[in-house]
Design a protein around this ligand. Structure first.
Ligand code: ZN
Length: 113
């Protein structure tokens, strides 16, 4: 028997793989677990980790975190290129980012923000 948590996790991971193939990001593993200070992290080896509390957010906010992180496979910073890609795929991404910050304000997307 699968729990709601398992189903949400499977759905979230499917979204990650959907976006990863769209961006041709080399993802070797995706894990979802409680993280203390960050929403997400990735290693250059292609291992992505997402905070489990993302599972409680609505789809658009999940996509914001996923797309944000995956774009860093190609663009290491939050410069002009990164911003234009965020806008191209998510529309008004700044609004989503602000909404995310309000949900939990003690968590950064990652340390270099
Ligand atoms: Zn970032």
């Amino acid at each position: 028997m699968s729990t709601t948590m398992d189903r949400d996790k499977a759905k979230f991971k499917a979204r990650v793989h959907y976006w990863a193939s769209k961006f041709e990001a080399h993802v070797t593993s995706v894990s979802v677990r409680p993280m203390r200070t960050k929403w997400a992290s990735y290693s250059t080896a292609g291992r992505l980790t997402f905070d489990a509390s993302l599972l409680e957010l609505r789809d658009e906010l999940q996509d914001y975190v996923i797309v944000h992180e995956l774009l860093h496979f190609h663009v290491p910073n939050h410069g002009k290129l990164w911003k234009s890609l965020m806008r191209a795929h998510l529309g008004d991404y700044e609004k989503l980012g602000n909404e995310l910050e309000k949900v939990v304000n003690n968590k950064a997307l990652h340390r270099n923000r």
